[in-house]
Design a binder for this molecule. Structure first.
Ligand SMILES: Nc1ncnc2c1ncn2[C@@H]1O[C@H](COP(=O)(O)OP(=O)(O)O)[C@@H](O)[C@H]1O
Ligand SMILES: [Mg+2]
Length: 300
């Protein structure tokens, strides 16, 4: 019987935003029956092993579960209850709070300087442009940039996020993004697959607070050597922190930008629900993903 895989999405976009559209067909080509289901409609009965009825689920793959930021506890409890989840629930717990950036920095990895302002903490004074964004966030939602003379607006944004019970991430704005954007490097089963470019996301003077995600301008790219090396280091650092192998990561996306010192720095390591940029990648990319799912099924 073919293995059955659920691709977990969210109710608002039950089959992702289109980027993952090729996946069920390429998975079928390698003998895997894959279907889209919003994560919060995957109830426990669907996950129970019922080989006789042919309805067992061998693996749940998180894909476009983008509505979790305001209900992360519920989402993580659900992840904990899925017997076979990729990526693993403990990694999703770690990775869905940008506090993980401090763990990566502690390994010596160059990351965008990151400070956390939990509810109650005050915004310190600042003299270069800053970014304020929720520690639990996705799709650029709730992220904004603020000039030194916009302190009042910045304080109000911190207050708005705190009022939702959210911890705020404070980072210096990395101005190279305006010209170069950021580079996403995508890995399947711990091996590099492809890269893509994402244009700058944050306009001055406004913050998107309600959309599931902000539209992105994307393009294919072959990342330079320094970015490739940093992305490899980021994966090894994450694996070292968690005592796991590269192959324990069905997918990973490493987002890199040029730091103020001119060398690449890590903006994000996405292990939970990253867009994988299939629309920007070569046609082999979905096949590499499908092969990594086969390897994952074989290991379990
Ligand atoms: N420190 C920063 N400097 C420049 N741009 C930033 C910075 N932090 C975030 N951004 C911009 O905001 C977008 C969203 O922030 P990010 O940290 O990637 O959060 P998420 O993708 O989880 O919402 C990024 O793609 C980038 O364009
Ligand atoms: Mg991002």
């Amino acid at each position: 019987m073919s293995p059955r895989v659920l691709l977990a999405s969210c109710a608002e976009l039950p089959e992702s935003d289109g980027d993952d559209t090729p996946l069920p067909a390429v998975l079928a080509e390698v003998g895997i029956k894959a279907e889209w289901v919003p994560w919060d409609s995957i109830g426990e009965p669907a996950l129970m092993l019922e080989p006789a009825s042919g309805s067992s689920v061998d693996l749940v793959v998180l894909r476009s579960t983008w509505d979790y930021p305001l209900r992360r506890d519920e989402f993580l409890a659900w992840c904990d209850g899925v017997p076979e989840l990729a990526n693993r629930a403990d990694l999703v717990r770690w990775n869905t709070d940008k506090a993980y950036m401090a763990d990566l920095a502690s390994t010596g990895l160059p990351v965008v300087p990151t400070r956390l302002l939990p509810p109650g903490a005050e915004l310190e004074s600042y003299d270069t442009e800053i970014v304020l964004k929720p520690a639990v966030g996705a799709g650029s939602q709730g992220a904004g940039r603020f000039l030194p003379d916009e302190r009042e607006r910045a304080v109000a944004h911190v207050a708005a996020l705190h009022a939702q019970g959210r911890t705020v991430v404070l980072q210096p704005y990395q101005p190279a993004v305006d010209d170069e954007g950021e580079t996403a490097l995508v890995f399947f089963g711990g091996r590099y697959s492809h890269g893509f470019l994402k244009g700058p996301m944050l306009p001055r003077g406004e913050v998107e607070m309600s959309a599931l995600f902000v539209d992105e301008r994307l393009a294919p790219v072959v990342p330079d050597a320094a970015r490739r090396a940093l992305a490899e280091d980021a994966l090894d650092a994450a694996c070292g922190l968690h005592g796991i192998e590269r192959s324990d990561l069905l997918y990973a996306r490493v987002d890199v930008l040029t730091g103020t010192g001119g060398a690449p720095v890590l903006l994000e390591l996405e292990l939970a629900e990253p867009s994988l940029g299939f629309r920007q990648a070569d046609p082999g990319a979905p096949l590499r993903f499908a092969s990594a799912v086969r390897a994952e099924l074989a290991r379990r």
